[in-house]
Design a protein around this ligand. Structure first.
Ligand code: GLP
Length: 244
């Protein structure tokens, strides 16, 4: 679905999320959301905050699982995805912080596999993700599933691609300060969501969007695996869709 600009697209996605939350509230159920970081979803979160502050949308029944976190990463660091989520969403809404899950960047290396398995299981215990929102990296990564990721991959520790680290250099004051690894939900984890919404804006995403949507499915561009899913929708602005 192509929108005129990122703002209209973001409002649309935020309103879909709000509908899920309200439908679940009406049935006294939790809404289980898979959340993403990066510049792309910021306006979605801003609209959700507005819906909370101005229209009384409550997040008391919302359980969230974030896609990924750098490793190693202190939660309190400015570049952590914990800080990002707090600043852009959680600090401004009435969500119970016990319902928020973000991969832990402070674990000892040997504790990561058990943590990842527990993360995966916890999503299942809550009944699975009602919706997973995604951005896309210029390597074609979703979450931090870089080229080479398998379509059935689970939550795990991964090595970041050089292009991903270059793109993140701005946030860290230089590429050498960007962690070389991350903990990410797998492509298989993302696939289990009942609805997947991938968002991309601006011309700089046009070529990777063309590859993801029209390119041959390959682990070289992990987002091409989304072609296998019947539950995925790409939400684009005109610029990101311009090469389709
Ligand atoms: C990071 C995140 C991804 C995100 C990507 C694109 O690598 N781990 O989840 O999709 O950046 O970022 P942006 O939205 O800033 O273009």
């Amino acid at each position: 679905t192509v929108f005129k600009n990122p703002k209209e697209a973001s409002i649309n996605v935020a309103h879909r999320i709000a509908s899920i939350i309200k439908e679940k509230q009406a049935k006294n159920l939790n809404a289980v959301l898979g959340l993403a970081t990066g510049a792309t979803p910021i306006a979605v979160y801003a609209e959700l905050v507005r819906l909370h502050q101005e229209e009384g949308l409550s997040f008391k029944n919302v359980i969230t699982f974030n896609l990924d976190e750098y490793y190693p990463m202190q939660a309190t660091a400015a570049q952590s995805y914990v800080s990002f989520m707090n600043e852009n969403l959680f600090d401004h809404i009435d969500i119970d912080k016990n319902n928020v899950h973000i991969p832990d960047g402070t674990l000892k290396l040997e504790d990561i596999p058990a943590f990842c398995l527990a993360y995966e299981n916890k999503i299942g215990e809550y009944g699975g993700l009602d919706m997973q929102i995604l951005g896309i990296g210029r390597t074609g990564h979703i979450g931090f599933n870089e080229p080479g990721s398998a379509p059935n991959s689970g939550t795990r520790l991964v090595t970041l691609d050089d292009l991903t680290r270059r793109d993140a250099a701005r946030d860290f004051g230089g590429k050498s300060f960007v962690p070389t690894k991350a903990i990410t939900m797998g492509i298989g984890t993302i696939f289990k969501a009942r609805e997947i919404v991938l968002m991309a804006w601006n011309r700089k995403k046009a070529s990777i969007i063309k590859k993801a949507v029209e390119g041959e499915m390959s682990s070289d561009v992990p987002a091409t695996y989304l072609q296998l899913s019947d539950n995925v929708e790409f939400i684009l602005d005109e610029e990101a869709a311009s090469l389709l």
